[in-house]
Design a protein around this ligand. Structure first.
Ligand code: SER
Length: 321
C-alpha cells in the first residue's frame, strides 16, 4: 500500500456529520493535518480542526486554491442540502449536491488529491422497490431532488473510478441520530428532534406517521463505518457507486416506546407533513451484507443503546440532569 501523510479537507465540517467526523479525524491524524471548511465566519472554537477555511464549495477556484495551499491528499466532501430542504430549492440542491463532487473527482483525476469520501443516502432507492431488506444492486428510482442528485452522484463516482481509477468511496447513510450537532432539513430528523422535545417538554409531535419505519444509524457507528471504509484496502472494495448501510430500523411509535423506558410520562402525537411522502418512497430496512463482507462493517448501537446514550448526553448538554 502507498504510504504518505494524509492532509485532510472536510467540507460541511460544521454540519451534523462534519462536526463529529472532524473530531475523530483530529484524534487520528492530529489537528494540524485537518482542515475544516464551512460557510460560517471563523471564530474561536468553531471547529476542533487545526485550520478553518470559510468556503463556498461551489466556488471551484477557491476550493482548488485551498487544496493546493494545504497540500490536501484526502477530501471528505460532506456539504449537501438534505431531502426536505432540497424540495424547496431543487435547482440549487442539484448544483450543490453534484457539481462540487465532480470538481473533486476532476482534481483526483489530475493527481491533485488521492482519495475522496462522499455521502450518498437511502434516498436513492425511491418508489416501486420492495420496502424490506433492500439489496445493494436493486434498480434505483428516486422521486425526490435529493435522491436524484445522490443517485447521479453515485454514478459519477463509479464513472470516475472505472474510467480514471479515481479512489472515491461512498456510503448510503440511513437517517443519522446524534446529540452534538442537530440535523438540518432531513426527513429522518424527527428521530433527533424527538429527543430534544422529550427532555425539554416531555412531549413531541412527529411529522412522520406512527407506523412508518425507516433505517437509522447512531452517529458513533456512522463515523466508525466511514473511517473503516476509508481505511479498507482498495482491492477489497467491490462497490464504487455507494455501499448500502442498514443500521437499525424503527417507527416513530417504537422509538417513543423506547424513550418512555427512560422518560416514563413521554407523550407523542402525529401530524405528518410533506416529508411523509418522502418517507413513504424510502425503504424500511436495508441489506448491508456487501459492506459487511468487503470491509467488515459492524455496529455497536441498537435502538436501546442509542436511546440511552442520546438521553444521557442530551440531558447534560441541555442542563436537564
Ligand atoms: N437523513 C437524510 C434525510 O432525511 C437521508 O439521507 O434527508
Amino acid at each position: 500500500m502507498e504510504s504518505y501523510t494524509e492532509k485532510i479537507l472536510i467540507t460541511g465540517a460544521l454540519g451534523q456529520i462534519g462536526t463529529e467526523l472532524t473530531n475523530r479525524l483530529v484524534e487520528i491524524h492530529g489537528a494540524d493535518n485537518v482542515v475544516a471548511s464551512g460557510l460560517d465566519k471563523w471564530q474561536e472554537g468553531i471547529s476542533s480542526a487545526g485550520h478553518y477555511e470559510r468556503l463556498d464549495v461551489t466556488n471551484t477556484k477557491l476550493v482548488r486554491q485551498v487544496i493546493k495551499d494545504y497540500e490536501i491528499t484526502t477530501v471528505y466532501h460532506l456539504a449537501s442540502l438534505l431531502s426536505g430542504t432540497s424540495e424547496k430549492q431543487p435547482l440549487f440542491a442539484w448544483k450543490l449536491n453534484l457539481e462540487p463532487l465532480i470538481d473533486f473527482c476532476e482534481m483526483a483525476k489530475e493527481g491533485l488529491i488521492k482519495k475522496i469520501f462522499w455521502p450518498s443516502s437511502i434516498a436513492v432507492f425511491g418508489k416501486g422497490i420492495p420496502k424490506e431488506n433492500v439489496g445493494q444492486e436493486v434498480v434505483l428510482n428516486p422521486t425526490t431532488v435529493y435522491g436524484i442528485s445522490k443517485m447521479a452522484g453515485e454514478k459519477w463516482c463509479e464513472y470516475y473510478f472505472d474510467k480514471y481509477g479515481v479512489d472515491v468511496r461512498s456510503i448510503r447513510y440511513p437517517g443519522l441520530i446524534s446529540w452534538k450537532t442537530p440535523a438540518g432539513g432531513g426527513t429522518t430528523d424527527y428521530a433527533v428532534e424527538i429527543f430534544y422535545k422529550a427532555i425539554e417538554d416531555g412531549k413531541y409531535t412527529s411529522f412522520i406517521s406512527e407506523d412508518t419505519a425507516m433505517p437509522m444509524l447512531y452517529m458513533d457507528d456512522a463515523i466508525e463505518a466511514t473511517l473503516k471504509l476509508m481505511d479498507a484496502p482498495k482491492e477489497s472494495l467491490t462497490v464504487r457507486s455507494s455501499y448500502n448501510l442498514g443500521g437499525m430500523s424503527f417507527t416513530p411509535k417504537q422509538l417513543a416506546e423506547e424513550i418512555r423506558k427512560e422518560i416514563p410520562g413521554f407523550e407523542i402525537s402525529y401530524e405528518p407533513d410533506f416529508r411523509q411522502a418522502i418517507a413513504d418512497s424510502w425503504p424500511a430496512s436495508i441489506d448491508d451484507s456487501t459492506a459487511k463482507n468487503d470491509w467488515k462493517l459492524s455496529y455497536n448501537f441498537g435502538i436501546s443503546e442509542m436511546t440511552q446514550d442520546m438521553i444521557k448526553n442530551l440531558r447534560i448538554k441541555l442542563g436537564k440532569n
